[in-house]
Design a protein around this ligand. Structure first.
Ligand code: NAP
Length: 290
């Protein structure tokens, strides 16, 4: 029987765990409550939605948040100055710069300017490199959310063949590192595929676990997978259906449902796990910030 991997339920449980940890380790010890900074540039609809849901999640968890909303026309120097302020502010435990940025901004320069100790998105090369080397660091939230979801649902990934579709810095590459790392959960045999991979179904048909993050609606169909596979759908595609905007994933959910053993829905799968992992990283930063 197919089991739905419910990200909403699990994120709720983790939120309660975070709140409890804040109470025990911070409030009861009369320490300052964790504080997340968010820098948002411009008025991209999706970015605003993501930022608002992060702020809402902070409120529900008991984490303070401060939003710096900058105009899309500000220069790279102004943005760097705002980042410096966040880096130097002892009352900010961690912060994120919401991507994407304006075309005139050098994204790599921005990521490099974030203090790795406050880089709760885990995008700075110091954190990313540590993760790749199996050292402690902040892991990117989506990859951490996926691995946590597999672990909490007691899905053993060790020795399983995982096919990752997509190799972005924020999803595909970090999740391929975490799935294959020599640790628990990990030890999966990983194949990473992308837009230049010919005949992707020849890989997906062999996969025990498929993680797809490409942004193409209903890309994965039943004839591309083997029976009993586990599907993690990271894709978020905003499409029009009967004149209404709806969100769908990179997997043709109804088409594959009967054939898989586990699947994440969209919405309500990886998305809520990503949001809650940002808060887990913020708490981690706060506990380290003496
Ligand atoms: P991205 O940076 O645009 O990367 C897309 C990746 O997909 C690239 O590696 C690209 O290959 C690959 N790709 C594109 N077309 C392909 C095809 N036909 N076959 C195989 N691979 C293909 O995207 P992203 O930021 O990783 O996001 C991917 C999706 O996940 C989006 O829908 C995004 O909204 C969603 N997302 C969801 C969450 C969440 O929390 N649920 C978080 C982040 C992102 P190349 O490298 O060769 O170009």
């Amino acid at each position: 029987m197919t089991k739905l991997l419910d990200g909403n339920q699990l994120a709720l449980k983790i939120r309660e765990e975070i709140s409890k940890e804040i109470e025990e380790k911070i409030i009861n010890k009369k320490r300052r409550i964790p504080h997340l900074g968010i820098i948002l540039m411009g008025n991209n609809d999706s970015s605003i939605t993501y930022v608002n849901s992060k702020i809402k999640e902070c409120k529900k968890t008991g984490i303070k948040s401060t939003l710096i909303h900058l105009s899309s026309s500000i220069s790279e120097n102004i943005l760097l100055k705002e980042i410096k302020k966040m880096n130097l502010n002892p009352l900010i435990d961690g912060f994120i710069v919401q991507l994407p940025l304006g075309k005139h901004i050098n994204q790599e320069k921005i990521i490099l300017s974030i203090d790795p100790k406050k880089d709760v998105d885990g995008f700075h090369p110091e954190n990313f490199g540590k993760m790749a080397l199996g050292m402690k660091s902040f892991f990117p939230a989506t990859a951490l959310g996926i691995i946590t979801m597999l672990e909490r649902n007691k899905i053993d990934i060790s020795g399983k063949h995982s096919v990752i579709i997509g190799r972005s810095r924020i999803v595909g590459t970090p999740i391929s590192i975490l799935m294959s790392r020599k640790a628990y959960p990990g030890n999966s045999t990983v194949t990473i595929t992308h837009s230049k991979t010919p005949n992707i179904e020849s890989f997906t048909k062999q996969a025990d676990i498929i993680i797809v993050a490409i942004g193409i609606p209903k890309f994965i169909k039943s004839n591309m997978i083997k029976k009993g596979s586990i599907i993690i759908d990271v894709g978020i595609n905003n499409i029009k259906n009967n004149n209404k905007n709806i969100l769908i994933g990179d997997v043709d959910f109804h088409n594959v449902y009967e054939k898989v053993s586990y699947i994440t829905p969209v919405p309500g799968g990886v998305g809520p796990m990503t949001r809650i992992m940002l808060l887990k990283n913020t708490l981690k930063a706060a506990l380290k910030n003496k």
